[in-house]
Design a protein. Structure first.
Length: 310
């Protein structure tokens, strides 16, 4: 006879734990209490606004000035995902995240950033929607593989452009890549750029210098323009909400590591190499050559005249 246990399984217990409703009580502005349903402990959440002098928007604005966003969130915010390092960029989702429909009107163009190399198995691709008239870009798609194959990676990107983004520029994209894609592999005597050309995606080299790439992104992040489609002022650099890895990278995953044995704010001059750095590098390459999208093609979108000088 099989004995049937009446005890909930670990999975069922986890679901029960998630469904437990926590009753929170606001004692005063900035002080919230509740009872932990599992151990009975009373929890008190003390926020900065508990201090009467820290409740005004003027104080909040002053506190933000001169303080890196990650440090501000640790000190005053409610964001618990804080990475062990100094974020490369001051990314704020309230400013730099695009939400909802993707507007692709006018002479907008697709521009792809690639992070790859002759022996690199960590491959990243970021697709941006460039608006040449206002020199702005919104990243709308991403793809990253860890320990991947170059040919397979290229074919996936090509299929996405042809199927998912055909309505924009017919799926045609400019391709700005890590300059190392032009370096030949010692074994195959070929390079990643040749494989891209075979699939109809010839690459252009992005900026080699990390300082130049960072400057290109920072300039876009700190400038704004009036979006007629959305009817508001928006940043020239944005990441759509569908690009989770890219948002996480710019939110702090792409960061400078602390120096071993260093004190205070001592960090290494180059970011940590991980999945966040690869997708962020792809974004940087695209931004470093954004001016290429400003080049106007004669009679673009119209039939050529039967004769004459173009």
């Amino acid at each position: 006879m099989t004995e049937i246990s009446t005890q909930p399984s670990p999975a069922e217990q986890l679901i029960d734990d998630i469904l437990v409703t926590v009753q929170k009580t606001t004692v005063m502005p900035g002080v919230i209490t509740w009872r932990n349903a599992h151990n009975g402990f009373k929890v008190v959440d003390l926020e900065s606004v508990a201090h009467p002098g820290k409740r005004s928007s003027e104080w909040l604005l002053q506190a933000r000035r001169g303080m890196p966003r990650a440090e501000f969130e640790r000190e005053y915010g409610k964001q618990w995902i804080v990475y062990d390092g100094k974020p490369v960029y001051e990314y704020t989702e309230e400013i730099h995240m695009a939400i909802g429909p993707i507007f692709a009107k006018g002479r907008c163009r697709l521009i792809s950033g690639w992070d790859a190399g002759p022996n690199d198995v960590n491959l990243a691709w970021a697709l941006g929607l460039a608006f040449p008239q206002v020199k702005a870009i919104t990243f709308i798609d991403e793809y990253y593989v860890d320990d991947g194959n170059g040919i397979d990676f290229i074919e996936v990107v090509k299929s996405r452009l042809a199927l998912e983004w055909f309505k924009i520029s017919g799926g045609f994209s400019m391709h700005i890549a890590d300059p190392s894609v032009f370096t030949e592999d010692n074994r195959s005597k070929s390079c990643f750029a040749n494989d891209m050309r075979k699939h109809g995606m010839p690459p252009l080299p992005g900026a080699v210098s990390f300082a130049d790439r960072r400057r290109a992104v920072n300039d876009l992040m700190t400038e704004h323009y009036n979006s007629t489609q959305e009817g508001k002022i928006v940043s020239r650099f944005r990441i759509h909400e569908r690009c989770g890895l890219t948002r996480e990278a710019f939110g702090g995953g792409y960061c400078y590591p602390k120096l071993a044995g260093g004190v205070g704010g001592d960090y290494r001059p180059t970011p940590i190499k991980n999945k966040f750095s690869h997708i962020a590098n792809a974004v940087e390459y695209a931004c470093s050559k954004l001016e290429a999208s400003l080049i106007q093609i004669p009679y673009e979108g119209r039939p050529l005249p039967p004769s004459g000088v173009i």
